[in-house]
Design a protein around this ligand. Structure first.
Ligand code: TYC
Length: 102
């Protein structure tokens, strides 16, 4: 350790940290109006889910109120949210998509 003006020994740590990117969950929220088939389509189109996985996620959101579509870096997550929100609005569905830090 080194020494400062007070005579206190200060130990500085130099542990190397492996850099991890900040990750974000992209979530779909349930509502009473968006058709189930539309949500499945969104999950296949924007999150590369097959029909079975997309249906499972859609039903989880339907039954629990919220569900995870995927985990991404900030920029990718933000792009997914914008794409889903734009697509839902174009089709006049109230589907909501949000992101949260993991
Ligand atoms: N609750 C909707 C219905 O009964 C289906 C739905 C599922 C809507 C998931 C949004 O994120 C959602 N038609």
């Amino acid at each position: 350790g080194n020494k400062n003006g007070t005579g206190t020994v200060v130990v500085t740590k130099t542990k190397p940290k492996t850099q991890r990117p900040n990750l974000y969950r992209v979530l779909l929220l349930n509502d009473d109006y968006t058709p189930m088939e539309f949500v499945v389509h969104v999950l296949m189109r924007f999150f590369q889910k097959n029909q079975e996985a997309a249906t499972q996620i859609m039903l989880h959101v339907h039954n629990n109120g919220v569900g995870e579509c995927g985990v991404f870096t900030y920029e990718v997550a933000e792009t997914k949210v914008t794409q889903v929100m734009d697509f839902a609005r174009q089709h006049q569905h109230p589907l909501q998509c949000v992101m949260e830090k993991k």
